[in-house]
Design a protein around this ligand. Structure first.
Ligand code: 6PG
Length: 232
């Protein structure tokens, strides 16, 4: 079952998620010597990343990877790698090893094998995964109607990272080529948190969990119960 953690303020939400994520990373380090954390792009995680980057941890033993990426080069205005690194990989957490998804290959389909090799150097399964959600009920790069969605959500797909091609919408913008963690990689993770804010997204998620199971986030929730962090 998914579990809702509902807060009166975003500040309280960030504090609670910071505690839970820090505990998950410490547990990973204690058990395996290294910890792994996969994070999403978007605007919602910014205050959380600002809080995490000042946590006193042995960050040199932490691997920070992306949950998903638009197929654009680092430095591009829409690159998740660039936006995440610019906020998260600073201060204390600058010592963490960052693993992005983009390769020089023209398409994510051509790159998939290489991205999987790169992610093969990570201490898997992830100790913690941070998911976001869009107003279209996508999470990771599981966009409604995307080419490759069935495979991405197949728990037996056998890949950590999968290429997808989204249908153009207001949410996707022009960047339709995508790389994403597979549902299988998310299912294997020890802790999965989905952070959203605002009443609109709460309604979308409520509906996805209650009835509209055909939405990507609803389908993922059936495969892997996750913790939902919500504040207005
Ligand atoms: O790769 C992407 O397209 C974005 O990272 C995207 O998946 C984002 O996480 C959600 O749309 C939530 O975005 P906001 O947090 O900005 O609402």
């Amino acid at each position: 079952m998914t579990k809702w953690h509902i807060f009166d303020s975003r500040k309280e939400m960030v504090q609670a998620l910071k505690t839970a994520t820090t505990e998950a990373l410490i547990e990973g380090m204690l058990k395996k010597g290294r910890a792994s954390w996969a994070v999403s792009g978007g605007t919602t995680p910014t205050p959380f990343f600002e809080a995490m980057r000042d946590v006193q941890l042995d960050w040199a033993r932490v691997q920070i990877a992306l949950v998903d990426e638009r197929w654009v080069n680092p430095g591009h205005a829409r690159s998740n790698e660039t936006s995440v690194k610019s906020v998260l990989c600073k201060n204390m957490s600058a010592k963490a090893r960052f693993i992005g998804m983009k390769t020089p290959h023209e398409t994510p389909q051509e790159a998939e094998v290489f991205v999987n090799e790169r992610y093969g150097t990570i201490e898997l399964p992830f100790d913690s995964i941070l998911l976001g959600m869009g107003p279209d009920a996508h999470t990771a790069s599981f966009f409604p109607g995307a080419e490759g969605l069935g495979r991405a959500l197949d728990p037996s797909c056998g890949k950590v990272c999968v290429a997808l091609h989204a249908l153009k919408s207001d949410v996707t913008g022009d960047e339709l080529n995508r790389m994403s963690l597979s549902a299988a990689a998310i299912i294997a993770a020890k802790n999965v948190a989905l952070m959203i804010t605002g009443r609109e997204k709460k309604k979308v998620l409520d509906e996805a969990l209650q009835g509209a199971r055909s939405t990507p986030v609803g389908r993922l929730a059936q495969l892997k119960p996750f913790d939902i962090y919500w504040a207005p």
